[in-house]
Every structure is written in C-alpha cells, then in structure tokens.
Ligand binder design. Sequence first.
Ligand code: T46
Length: 140
Amino acid sequence: MKNVEFKKFNTYYDKYGKLSPIEGEDTIPFAIKRVYYIYEVEENVRRGFHSHKNLEQALICVHGSVKILLKTPEEEQIITLDNPSEGLYIGPDIWREMYDFQDSAVLLVLASEHYNIDDYIRGYDEYEKYYKEKFKKKEK
Ligand code: T46
C-alpha cells in the first residue's frame, strides 16, 4: 500500500536478551521530533479514526499486540503488530484505526513533527473528500 511500509529492524541478541535500535533518517525515513506511547487500552476500544496531512510516523508494539487498519479510498490493509523488532511506517494521507489491543499492549510511536492539531483530518467523509481533491489536483 502506498505510503505504508512494514519493517523488520536489526535485532541484536545474546544470552542477555535482545536489543533493536532505531535511528532517524536511517532505520526510518525521517528525523524523530516526538515520541509517544499508547497503553492500558481496553480490548474493545478502537482509537485513531484520522489521517495526517504531512506527519510521518513509525509504530512499534513494544509489548503485547495490536491491529492497525490502514485505509485510503483505493486500498485497505490490516496489519498486526506483535513483535518489538518490527515496525510500521505510515506516511501522510493514510486513514488509520488501532484496535484489538491485547496482553497489556504498549504501542510506541515515533513521529516526524511536534504535535499539531491542524495536521489531523478527522471523520472519514472529510478524509475522503480531502484525499480525492488532493490526488485529483496532482493528476492534472
Ligand atoms: C496517530 C495514532 C497512531 C497530545 O497532546 N500530544 C500528542 O503528541 C498526541 C499524539 C496526543 N496528544 C493528546 C491529544 C488528545 O487529547 O492526547 C489525546 C489523545 O490523542 P488522540 O485521540 O489523537 O490519540 P489516538 O490514539 O487516536 O491517535 C494517536 C495520534 O494522535 C495520531 O497521530 O497517528 O495515535
């Protein structure tokens, strides 16, 4: 799916455990300006329901598991994150929903920009309109 990439990070392991490093502009394609994490989410809760105009993010489930629904007016994909050595890159213009948080899931998010409420598109109808306008303009 465009603007989405599932990544396996290099992981170092020995008898003392495992370590997965992530470097901005290397392991992931952007410099990291913000980090947040989502946790203690009840199993029946769904979060997200938005897209971003410019923000790039990498999602890593560092404990437990979570499902991510990714959607555009043209494509749809569901990815399960359940391994701290894997991550999901999500670029701009992708609708996302996070759900089915299992086993005390902790979802770590690395973001390319500081928090900016104006970068969000909330409501699927509004997103669809924005997306169609944006990509119609580009085709001209
Ligand atoms: C995304 C998905 C994966 C802040 O004050 N600073 C922040 O950096 C963030 C991310 C949130 N907030 C506040 C805004 C809300 O009052 O935290 C509250 C919950 O945020 P929100 O409802 O946007 O959370 P999610 O889980 O729906 O979405 C979040 C990110 O906002 C979003 O960018 O892609 O995680």
